[in-house]
Design a protein. Structure first.
Length: 391
């Protein structure tokens, strides 16, 4: 077994979560989010479409992983857990009308005496369903679970040196992928072929290290579709005068460094160049305020001051914390770069600042993923902050 981090780092992570549990009076935490499971144990498999859970007890050194029997082998290869803490349920519980894995988990928790005290679950997590909650609450005799949503996410926000290394490497991959996409863009080339080249580069990485598949497909829109922020490419050929809006992420061992740029097919109009220049000015003003002790809202205020001076309005946030990404998001969900968010930035937190502007007939973006350092924002990519020209 080759672990991405040493055992001491995993134990320190569990310790941070247990300290947060003690502060809230939580005895048992049910972790359904696959990114949090990966962070706590190292378990890395595309098996989260069936029920699985990592369970943390506040007074027990190691958590346990609970999942489908055929995926226990994956836990053996990737998780920093003893075999006794890899607990499978039989395959007859998968896709059954009469059996459910949460019933099996209820019996397991009871057998350990972990049905006592205060239990919390990640109640707003994408993978924690109403049916899971109903079975667990009824089976464990709890009138209602505490909400443990984002408890682990917040513990993940400050990155370790090795996590930062993976994110720097992901940023290098993102840089190469954006440049490869730009070079392939030209009239007559299909949008899907540009994205196939981007995927090739994000997967192959560099000669020194390879990439990993992203947790979600890139947002990649052409022409008027670029006015909608979360659409995908088509198989239509590119046409002179179109904008290709690409929001993607380089990925290394599940750590994502998002990077967004727009490519213009042919010589861009002066108005688009100027709007991109304003975005760049606002982005750089926001990055200039980054330091330990700054607030998330400080970045938003710096951005707002720039665009207000140019007569531009934007009513959505300009970024969020990032790191580990599992479907459907690379965002950590804990805070936002926007007015009113008083989250304090700490050294080695990582964010994606994406001050995109969407208009009725186009969208423009320049973004950076960065770490908070005593010297300011350390950006992970090295891509021109301009409206890129195809070819």
């Amino acid at each position: 077994m080759q672990l991405l981090f040493d055992r001491d780092e995993y134990r320190a992570r569990v310790g941070r979560v247990q300290a947060a549990m003690r502060a809230r009076g939580i005895d048992v935490l049910l972790v359904s989010n696959p990114a949090n499971q990966f962070w706590l144990t190292g378990y890395d498999g595309c098996s989260f479409y069936t029920p699985q859970m990592v369970v943390v007890h506040v007074d027990v050194a190691d958590p346990f992983w609970f999942g489908r029997k055929m995926d226990a082998a994956g836990a053996k290869f990737t998780a920093c857990l003893g075999q006794e803490n890899i607990i499978p349920y039989p395959d007859r519980y998968v896709g059954s009308d009469t059996l459910h894995p949460m019933d099996y988990l209820v019996d397991l928790l009871k057998s350990r005496g972990w049905d006592k005290g205060r239990i919390a679950a990640e109640q707003d997590d994408y993978y924690y369903t109403a049916k899971w909650n109903r079975i667990l609450v009824a089976g464990l005799g709890q009138g209602e679970f505490d909400d443990g949503f984002l408890l682990v996410n917040r513990c993940r926000m400050v990155k370790s040196p090795r996590e930062l290394l993976y994110m720097r490497q992901a940023g290098q991959i993102a840089t190469l992928a954006q440049d490869a996409a730009r070079k392939l863009c030209r009239p007559g080339v299909r949008q899907c072929d540009v994205m196939a080249e981007l995927y090739r580069v994000t997967t192959s990485g560099t000669p020194e290290f390879g990439g990993t598949f992203p947790c979600k497909p890139p947002n990649a829109m052409v022409g008027e579709r670029a006015s909608a922020p979360h659409l995908s490419w088509t198989d239509a050929p590119l046409v002179e005068g179109e904008i290709f809006y690409i929001e993607m992420g380089g990925v290394r061992h599940r750590y994502h460094s998002p990077l967004s740029r727009c490519v213009h097919v042919g010589d861009p109009p002066a108005a688009l160049i100027e709007t991109t220049r304003v975005i760049r000015e606002g982005l750089e003003a926001a990055l200039d305020v980054v330091k330990p002790g700054a607030l998330c809202q400080d970045m938003a205020a710096a951005w707002e001051a720039v665009i207000r001076r140019h007569g531009i309005e934007k009513d959505s946030r300009i970024g969020y914390p990032v790191g580990i990404g599992f479907p459907p998001t690379w965002g950590e969900l804990t805070c936002s770069l926007r007015a009113g968010d008083t989250t304090v930035m700490e050294e080695n937190m990582t964010f994606h600042c994406i001050p995109a502007l969407w208009r009725d007939d186009y969208g423009l973006v320049v973004s950076e993923t960065f770490a908070v350092t005593p010297g300011g924002a350390e950006c992970f990519a090295d891509c021109p902050r301009d409206l890129l020209v195809a070819g």
